[in-house]
Ligand binder design. Structure first.
Ligand code: BG6
Length: 492
């Protein structure tokens, strides 16, 4: 690397330190707060990415005191506490709060004022979405959402799911818009905080070699897989109502699909990136019902909290097409499921085969396609499967996969939530979802959700736990003379 480029990179890479801010976590006694949000804030603190005078206030209905809340939080850190764990706890307080109780919000306003005016305030709503309008109305009534030059910015972070269908998402949006501008609304999709998901953008737009082959003339098909070993765990109440399509496809998978297929934005800024995403999502052809598969793992209906006659899908696979110049005719296959044999999130770009085989005795159809693998988790890296000669006197061919582990590039990666909490402090919305993207995502999937809901007669295919998923998902590709790049069953 030239000296100039090196110096420039050094400047670009330096982590931007946020100014002091006041962070309020609603739902502070809940699982997400304990498992992800507080540990992420502590990790930011340990890296100097939480200003020393920033304050964190947990709010929930539970009658903790600040002391008992700190003890509750201490459980979420590996024992012994990190060396600076104490410092983090000292800046963390707790206030019991009824989500619809005006007096409690007045007290919160008093508390935030005591913490010092003029710095940004971030309200993180780790709550079920039906409480979003309630909390936002109360915050507004207490004057806590009003931005003034002397009071600092006010930002509100919303967890997914954002609505249940197009109508509820639009109603929710309208309710929030009464009190918040889009620049104040941070809709989270934690997949966008994952280093490797951000790397899709870098791979495509910080390198030149991929662009000429990133299109329908070179790419045969694209596959995106999100396989989980976990089942519904403690979240049956939510999941049994939602199902896998709402839980994974409408958000995480569509975000990854957008990153891998969208056009290059004119600059890396929140609106420029999100403008390209929305164009991409709007160009997806309505999904043919015959190109979809839903299934449920064996034993799902015996999980605590799941209806015994539930038809909720815990697995889905589908094929879609993007109607634009770049991707015309290239099928994109998506699959995601719970209780599969392995945990793997991966995007595969499968290239077209060579047009003709020059190798005597080896037909063109026997030559395997090149595949670019973008590994998101648990491996974090990039792989390229090519044809190569096997060692020996004969001309034997075999697949060779070059693998690169992103962790080798150095640097300590931030957990997805830490990354997003940092961006929120910095007021950077690039990795957050804009309302038009949410609306377009619902529009895309709602016809399928309606179709599945209306079809109560067709039995839902089952698949064994720890397996590769239902055979129907293989048939979806076999029909097109293709196959999934990976087997998701527990390796023997
Ligand atoms: C969440 C879904 O958004 O993502 C869960 O609601 C899913 O059902 C989870 O398990 C997967 O996230 P990760 O980071 O473990 O891949």
């Amino acid at each position: 690397m030239g000296q100039r480029s090196f110096e420039w990179q050094e400047r670009f890479c330096r982590e931007q330190r946020p100014e002091p801010c006041r962070i309020v976590i609603f739902g502070a006694s809940g699982d997400l707060a304990k498992r992800k949000l507080f540990p992420s804030l502590a990790a930011l603190d340990a890296r100097g990415l939480l200003a020393p005078t920033s304050r964190i206030t947990g709010c929930a209905r539970h009658p903790y005191t600040t002391d008992s809340f700190r003890r509750h939080l201490a459980d979420c850190f590996p024992a012994p506490l990190p060396a600076d764990g104490d410092i983090f706890f000292r800046r963390t307080g707790y206030m019991p709060l009824g989500y619809d109780c005006p007096d409690d919000y007045r007290q919160l306003a008093g508390e935030l004022q005591r913490q010092g005016d003029g710095t940004p305030v971030i309200f993180y709503l780790a709550l079920p979405s039906h409480l979003y309008p309630v909390v936002v109305n109360r915050l507004a009534a207490a004057g806590l959402l009003t931005e003034t030059p002397s009071g600092g910015p006010r930002r509100v972070v919303f967890e997914k799911p954002f609505g249940h269908d197009p109508a509820s998402a639009a109603a929710l949006d309208a309710a929030l818009r009464q009190h918040l501008g889009e620049h104040q609304i941070y809709r989270i999709d934690h997949y966008l905080g994952k280093e490797t998901v951000q790397n899709i953008f870098l791979l495509r737009f910080a390198n030149r070699i991929f662009e000429p082959i990133w299109n329908a003339s070179q790419v045969d098909s694209i596959q995106i897989t999100v396989a989980e070993q976990l089942g519904v765990e403690q979240r049956a109440g939510y999941f049994d109502q939602a199902g896998l399509l709402r839980d994974m496809f409408q958000n995480h998978m569509l975000e990854m699909l957008s990153l891998v297929t969208m056009e290059c934005p004119y600059t890396f800024s929140a609106d420029a990136v999100r403008d390209e995403k929305i164009k991409l999502i709007r160009s997806i052809r309505p999904i043919a019902f015959t190109d979809t598969v839903r299934a449920q793992y064996d034993g799902y209906t015996s999980e605590p909290g799941v209806a015994p006659d539930s038809r909720t899908e815990t697995y889905a696979a589908l094929k879609l097409y993007i109607d634009n110049w770049r991707w015309q005719g290239v099928p994109v296959y998506l699959r995601a499921g719970k209780k599969l044999g392995i945990r793997r999130t991966e995007l595969d770009i499968i290239f077209k085969p060579v047009p003709h085989s020059v190798f005597p005795g080896i037909p063109q159809t026997a030559l395997q396609p090149d595949i670019l693998h973008l590994h998101v988790q648990p491996e974090e890296g990039i792989g390229l499967t090519l044809q190569a000669k096997k060692a020996g006197p004969k001309l034997c061919m075999g697949a060779l996969t070059l693998n690169y582990d992103y962790r080798e590039s150095g640097g300590e990666s931030l957990d997805a939530y830490a990354r997003l909490l940092l961006d929120c402090q910095l007021g950077d919305q690039t990795l957050f979802i804009r309302s038009d993207v949410i609306a377009a995502a619902w529009q895309l999937y709602q016809p399928l959700l309606d179709h599945w809901a209306a079809d109560t007669a067709t039995p839902i295919p089952r698949y064994p736990q720890r397996s590769d998923g239902p055979p129907e998902a293989h048939q979806l590709l076999a029909r097109d003379d293709r196959e999934w790049t990976d087997d998701l069953a527990v390796p023997l």
